[in-house]
Every structure is written in C-alpha cells, then in structure tokens.
Design a binder for this molecule. Structure first.
Ligand SMILES: CC(C)(COP(=O)(O)OP(=O)(O)OC[C@H]1O[C@@H](n2cnc3c(N)ncnc32)[C@H](O)[C@@H]1OP(=O)(O)O)[C@@H](O)C(=O)NCCC(=O)NCCSC(=O)CCC(=O)c1ccccc1C(=O)O
Length: 266
C-alpha cells in the first residue's frame, strides 16, 4: 500500500506511525484510518518489530479526531458496510491498537482532541510534550465515542474525571493530564521523540513473549469494552444521520457555536 495520509517507518525494532495531515491538525479521514490499520498490521506481522510509536506531524497536533469537513448526513465519506455505518473503520483501528501483541506508545506532540484523544487513551503508554493539550469535544460537535473513548477512559482515570471530560468538553494541559493518570510522562517538547525512543529501547531489552502475555492480561480485564464499542459505533452511525448531530457538525464548519438548546424538548 502506498501511504499518503501517514508516514510509516521501521528502525531498529521500532515502528513509527505518524499521522501526516498537518493542514487539518492531523484529523483523520477514512483513508487515514485504513492506512493506519495497514501499518499497525505490518508492525504486528514483522517479528523484528517490538514496539510501535504513534504520533502526529508538526508541533501543533497529535490528532484532533475525525475530519469534520469529511463528515455529513451519512457520517464520514467512506460510507459502506465496513465501519459499522460510520463511514470509516475506526472500530477496527481501535481493536488493532488494542490487540497488537506489542506495546504501543503514543507520543503526544500537541492537541489530542476528540477521536485523537481516544487514540492515545487506547495506546498502552502515553509520553506527552509539555505543550500537549487533551480533551473530548464530541457533545460540542454532534458526536461521541461511547466505547473505548468513554468506558475504557473511565478505567484509566476513574468515573468522575471521565464523566467531567465528556460532559464539559474542556481542555487539559500535560501536567494536569499526568496528575489524573491520563499520561505516563511529560517531557520538554523538543525532547519528545528522544525520550520516547529511550522508552522504546528499554522495552526492546525485555522478553517479547512476556510483554505479549502481559498485554493480553491487561486487555482481558477490559475485553468486554470491545462489545460496548460495537454498540457505540452502531448507535453513532444512526446519530450521525440526525438533525441534532448535523447541527454540531455544521456549526464547527461554519465556525459558530452550535445551537443544541432546541433539542431539549418538554
Ligand atoms: C483542535 C482544536 C481545539 C484547535 O483549536 P484552535 O487552536 O483554535 O484551532 P482551529 O482554528 O480551531 O483549528 C485549526 C485548523 O484545523 C482545522 N481543524 C481542527 N480540527 C479539525 C477536525 N476535527 N476536522 C477538520 N478540520 C479540523 C480547523 O478547521 C482549522 O482549519 P482552518 O482552515 O483554519 O479553518 C479545535 O480545532 C477543535 O476543537 N477541533 C474540533 C475537533 C473535532 O471536532 N474532532 C472530532 C470530534 S468527534 C469525537 O470527539 C467523538 C467521536 C469519535 O471519537 C469518533 C468515533 C468514530 C469515528 C470518528 C470519530 C471522530 O473523532 O470524529
């Protein structure tokens, strides 16, 4: 596969997947997601690779979720049978990052927002630049991730904080994210890749089979969330087709606040 939306590199046991759409803050479209799945599967298949790094191009954003300009009344533009009706194979990508039997490190170099935030949550470890910003925006733009994005987030940081993140849609700096257990380590922005590679090399000194079984064990305890994710993505596909969801999407594109008040009926 020739990649246009990502950069995929392999070096000394480390595979690096870089989302490469800086003009939209590394938002993903259907093609981006398909390319990411392909790259993660290659890293899975390659026995010389022991660890995968996920990051974004530039110093503005890691990833800000789905490309809102690619979304309309039928969900994202790749509409078809794959992807549970959403129009992109995001559920498959989430499961691939979860199930690849090698540690995946998110190197968060800027905004990790919306579906981009969900990606770092699913990764095994998160290394954050001191300039990184974290948050969910779904309810502001007529969207949600009620699978790993909420249920697994609550496992990671606890129910109260997870609910706050989704219900208030605020942003959190790197230090605050570390305090709530959302990231493992915060480093100076310019040292992000150096420090991430140091962790990769520490991991590569360990037994790959032990690491694989440990990842399976950690995953087993939250494996039911794969089922919740199926339901969540199926319901999201239906929600995307509603007037209420479209209002959020249109408001973002038109750079105006969404008017959701009219949907509080009674
Ligand atoms: C990321 C922001 C907080 C950055 O704000 P700011 O610094 O003020 O910069 P902006 O001027 O807003 O943005 C700069 C530039 O980037 C464009 N852009 C930003 N985000 C997106 C995007 N998601 N899609 C397309 N383009 C984007 C923006 O338009 C500007 O370009 P101009 O040409 O200058 O206009 C802020 O931008 C922000 O909040 N962005 C919205 C992010 C967003 O809506 N993400 C999707 C949320 S959906 C979700 O959270 C749950 C759903 C989910 O996870 C999911 C599940 C299944 C499939 C898909 C998704 C999914 O993520 O959509």
């Amino acid at each position: 596969m020739t990649y246009s939306d990502i950069i995929y590199e392999k070096n000394n046991g480390i595979a690096k997947v870089t989302i490469n759409r800086p003009e939209v803050y590394n938002a993903f479209r259907p093609k981006t997601v398909t390319e990411m799945i392909h790259a993660f599967r290659d890293a899975w298949d390659d026995n010389k690779i022991g660890v995968v790094v996920l990051t974004g191009t530039g110093d503005k954003a890691f990833c800000v979720g789905g490309d809102q300009k690619d979304r309309g009344g039928d969900g994202y533009s790749g509409a078809g049978g794959l992807g549970n009706g959403i129009g992109m194979e995001i559920e498959e990508l989430h499961n691939t990052i979860r199930n690849i039997p090698k540690p995946v490190i998110a190197a968060v170099n800027g905004y990790a927002i919306g579906g981009g935030h969900v990606l770092h949550v699913i990764c095994d470890l998160t290394m954050a630049s001191d300039k990184a910003r974290f948050g969910q925006v779904g309810p502001k733009v007529g969207s949600y991730d009620a699978g790993y994005g909420s249920a697994y987030l609550a496992r990671v940081i606890g129910e109260k904080k997870a609910r706050e993140i989704w219900f208030l849609c605020e942003q959190y700096g790197a230090e605050e994210a570390q305090e709530m257990g959302l990231v493992n380590k915060v480093v100076p922005h310019e040292k992000l890749m150096e420090e991430t590679e140091e962790w990769c090399n520490k991991i590569l000194e360990k037994s790959p089979t032990a690491l694989k079984m440990l990842k399976y064990s950690f995953n087993a305890d939250s494996a039911n969330i794969a089922g919740i994710t199926q339901l969540a993505m199926g319901s999201l596909a239906m929600y995307y087709r509603s007037e209420e969801a479209l209002e959020g999407n249109q408001a973002f594109i038109e750079k105006r606040p969404a008017d959701f008040r009219k949907y509080y009926k009674g």
